[in-house]
Write a protein of this length. Structure first.
Length: 205
């Protein structure tokens, strides 16, 4: 018997909130489907109204995370304003900010080990977020002389790798965060300066 009177429409969100709490406490692989139900205050059978299994629940958590992530990156990019180089750096800082302020979502998105081919909605949500990095890389590459620009996809992947690596090591908002004699943002800015100088461009202001 369910211990709370959830209506059909908010049981899904209650389970997602419960999963986020458990991810923050135990990590994305540290709890069972039944534990998520218990944390939400419902019977072990109740989650099956909305989710096939635990992976399906985690995929929905990760999908929501990517939707929030996309919105944060889009605000940071701001269609390349005030200029592409500054906005490029702002995207990286937004990446770190998301990892710090939404560590449970971040873990679900990047550490849950879900097969993307089994969760096309999750794949699409991740692609939409990455498209903002790609748009920024396109704008950066247009500033370079013809024939001297790397492929924009490569530039987008470089930005992603740099921001993701710093976030994973130093920019997390949980106990996994490592100590560093500078801020994660300062480390990212220094890395971008070196990278953009290597392309023949000035770094972000």
């Amino acid at each position: 018997m369910e211990r709370r009177g959830y209506h059909h429409g908010n049981l899904r969100e209650a389970l997602i909130r419960a999963a986020l709490s458990l991810i923050a406490e135990k990590g994305p692989a540290g709890f069972t489907f039944a534990e998520a139900a218990r944390s939400a205050g419902v019977s072990p059978a109740a989650p099956y109204r909305h989710f096939r299994d635990r992976d399906d629940l985690m995929a929905d958590v990760a999908r929501q995370g990517f939707t929030r992530f996309e919105a944060m990156l889009a605000r940071a990019w701001n269609d390349g304003r005030p200029d592409a180089l500054t906005a490029f750096g702002q995207i990286g800082k937004a990446y770190l900010a998301f990892a710090r302020t939404e560590p449970a979502y971040y873990s679900a998105m990047f550490e849950s080990g879900l097969p993307l081919d089994a969760h096309p909605d999750l794949q699409q949500a991740g692609d939409r977020a990455f498209a903002i990095l790609k748009a920024a890389a396109d704008a950066i590459c247009r500033r370079l002389p013809p024939g001297k620009s790397p492929p924009p996809l490569m530039v987008a992947l470089h930005l992603w790798s740099l921001a993701h690596g710093i976030a994973a090591l130093f920019g997390r908002g949980d106990a996994a965060r490592r100590k560093l004699p500078m801020s994660a943002e300062d480390l990212l800015e220094a890395g971008l300066l070196v990278y953009l100088d290597g392309l023949g461009l000035n770094g972000p202001a």
